[in-house]
Design a protein around this ligand. Structure first.
Ligand code: NAD
Length: 284
């Protein structure tokens, strides 16, 4: 594997986690964000992550987590950030135009050798590839929130991604402690959300239709499959706002009804999940 220097674009929720995990795994990491203010927020995120890794991640003690935080170079200068990068991981907002503009700039500023990877959750890499100036060295590398705990990395190229680049990114994902999930062709939702979204929607349809209570539905799933958590517990962990937005934007009337049920019974009552202390369950 030739990847040593990694640049992460965006120091928000996921970008900060990707940068931290990569630095913690011994790579040379630069984190880029657009303003000094955003970089300050990024720095604060790295400090919080250091505390999490110190207590929750194997090998995070003895100052190793703090060393990882301190080793990350933060900059608002994109040219400097990518000048020597072997791999750029993009975690900027989930807005296609922002991503496309970012790749147009990157195409000019990064050396031809640099591999570009998007962490986008809902946009396909083929919607961005023509802006990269190197569609053969571009693919998706999708991490999950709380990367240190939920350590899958879904790797998904377009029809133009060079197989060698794909395998290099798979090796990189392993090298930073992820379990790489190889996806052979483009699929919206990757593997995880292709499985999870229908499960969550079916669970909500059962509860909204009055067939069974959330507790009974979770119990059924847990006992019947051995899963550690049921769909309503998972929804509480995710927070109900994101699933609501996805449901409300559907063209399907039945799905829209689910959004209304979620809004009337939970969201409008401030029950947004674990973050607010109550969702489908109460949390102390
Ligand atoms: P976020 O809003 O927390 O962070 C986005 C960051 O990008 C901010 O720090 C912002 O200042 C910065 N930014 C804005 N414009 C930029 C630009 N032009 N160039 C560089 N940086 C810019 O978002 P997030 O939740 O970290 O999501 C980022 C990406 O990761 C999205 O594509 C999202 O789909 C994906 N993702 C998010 C999650 C999640 O659970 N939050 C999980 C998997 C993947």
């Amino acid at each position: 594997m030739t990847i040593r220097k990694v640049t992460v674009l965006g120091t928000g929720v996921l970008g900060s986690q990707i940068a931290f995990q990569t630095a913690f795994s011994g790579f040379d990491v630069t984190a880029y964000d657009i303003t000094e203010e955003a970089l300050q927020a990024g720095r604060a995120r790295f400090e919080k992550l250091a505390a999490v890794y110190r207590t929750q991640v194997k090998g995070g003690g003895n100052g190793k987590a703090e060393q990882a935080a301190a080793a990350i170079t933060l900059t608002a200068d994109l040219a400097n950030a990518v000048r020597e990068a072997d791999l750029v991981i993009e975690a900027v907002p989930e807005v296609l135009s922002i991503k496309q503009q970012t790749y147009e700039k990157l195409a000019e500023l990064a050396p031809q050798k640099t591999i570009f990877a998007t962490n986008s959750s809902t946009l396909l890499p083929s919607a961005m590839k023509d802006f990269t100036g190197r569609p053969d060295r571009f693919l998706a590398l999708h991490f999950a929130n709380q990367i240190w705990h939920f350590n899958t990395a879904e790797v998904m190229g377009t029809t133009e991604t060079d197989p060698e680049v794909f395998h290099e990114v798979v090796d990189f994902a392993s090298a930073i402690g992820m379990v790489p999930i190889q996806i052979h062709k483009e699929k919206a939702g990757y593997v995880l959300n292709s499985l999870l979204v229908p499960l969550l929607n079916s669970a909500m349809a059962l509860a909204a239709g009055g067939y069974a209570d959330p507790e009974a539905i979770d119990q059924t799933w847990q006992i019947g499959t051995g899963a550690p958590a049921g769909p309503f517990h998972i929804l509480d962990v995710i927070g109900l706002t994101t699933p609501y937005n996805i449901l409300a934007n559907s063209d399907d009337e039945n799905v829209k009804q689910l959004a209304k049920w979620l809004k009337d019974n939970y969201i409008d009552k401030g029950k947004l999940g674990i973050a607010t202390g109550e969702g489908f369950y109460k949390y102390s």
